[in-house]
Design a protein around this ligand. Structure first.
Ligand code: SAM
Length: 314
């Protein structure tokens, strides 16, 4: 049903996004300051910053006391305290960055093609990693459980596009030897963050070209099949099949068209931001998997995302 309530400016996202982009939040990270000091530090116009800070105070991000401004305890936990259950860091900046991409939708509707992609800046890459962490936080334990159901170590698992490590770490904590393959810039950023003592190997490389050599008992494809189209996915599944042990398991986590309420939005998100990406039905997945030699597919839902699971047929 159309929702007139949703037809408003996403003011909080725009204000908090500007709080990050302008350096305002970072300037307050170490404690309270006068607004004049913050204005000087971040190169802002004082009167504009005053109006901006007032709006953020109204939303509960900052508070004023004795002529100074500071983050509220809630905002501090949310932005800067990774140990807190409320922590999201700058994960929302991924949504903020996507606003401009989504504004191209009317143009994309005419051409059917996303506008040419700009290089992802290191800053945007970090926001993306934060967003992926948030995205996985609630579901990772249940997803890992489903993917390993009925199996026990020793297991070798290939985690394709697993650079953010949100699944690799819980897999490895279950005693699985994990090989993560991701693009070089992500591997470079994340390799130093692999927790010590866990068996996680980071391999840089385009999985549409070749895979880190196996064999593996399990492959995990988390949120990558929406980035690519039918041809790439079908070829990827065939490549995965070649690296699995006989009877090996492929597990796919994504928004499945027709099953997930988020899938239509992800479909449009891919329309404006990718060359061939989209959301795919269970039947499409089953056909690609069958052509790569996999047997029947089982589908389970976790928090509106689906886990598809199939085994190589001998
Ligand atoms: C949407 S994120 C998903 C991350 C993680 N698997 C998860 O579910 O949280 C997609 C990941 O796949 C990686 N990726 C996309 N295309 C790739 C390719 N062709 N080769 C290797 N990695 C790729 C991206 O760098 C990114 O880390």
């Amino acid at each position: 049903m159309p929702n007139p309530e949703a037809l408003r400016l996403p003011e909080e996202l725009l204000l908090a996004g500007a709080g990050v982009k302008s350096g305002f939040f970072t300037a307050l990270r170490d404690g309270q300051k006068t607004l004049a000091a913050v204005a000087e530090e971040i190169g802002a116009d004082y009167a504009a910053l005053e109006r901006f800070a007032e709006a953020l105070a109204h939303l509960g991000y900052v508070e004023f006391s004795a002529g100074a401004v500071e983050l509220t305890a809630t905002a501090r936990r949310m932005l800067f305290e990774p140990e807190s259950a409320d922590y999201i860091g700058y994960a929302f900046m991924h949504a903020y960055s996507r606003l401009t991409t989504w504004l191209s939708l009317p143009e994309v509707l005419k051409t059917g093609k996303a506008l040419a992609k700009k290089e992802r800046s290191p800053e945007r890459l970090r926001y993306f990693m934060d967003a992926m962490r948030e995205h996985a936080r609630q579901v990772a334990p249940a997803v890992v459980e489903l993917c390993l159901e009925g199996l026990s170590p020793p297991l070798r698992l290939l985690d394709l596009g697993g650079g953010p490590l949100n699944y690799a770490v819980p897999f490895a904590r279950r005693g699985v030897s994990v090989t993560v393959q991701d693009i070089p810039e992500v591997v470079e950023l994340m390799r130093p963050l692999v927790p010590s003592g866990l068996e996680i190997r980071m391999v840089a490389g385009d999985f549409n070209v070749s895979l880190a050599e196996g064999p593996y008992e399990v492959a995990f494809l988390g949120n990558i099949t929406h980035i690519y189209g039918p041809e790439e996915n079908q070829r990827l599944f065939a490549r995965v099949a070649r690296e699995l042990t006989p009877g090996g398991r492929i597990t796919i986590l994504d928004y499945v068209r027709g099953l997930s309420a988020r899938a239509p939005y992800m479909g449009v998100n891919m329309l404006v931001s990718s060359v061939s990406g989209g959301v795919w039905t269970v039947d499409e997945y089953a056909a690609w998997l069958a052509s790569a030699g996999f047997g029947p597919v089982t589908v389970k839902s976790v928090a509106d995302r689906q886990v598809l699971l199939a085994h190589l047929e001998s």
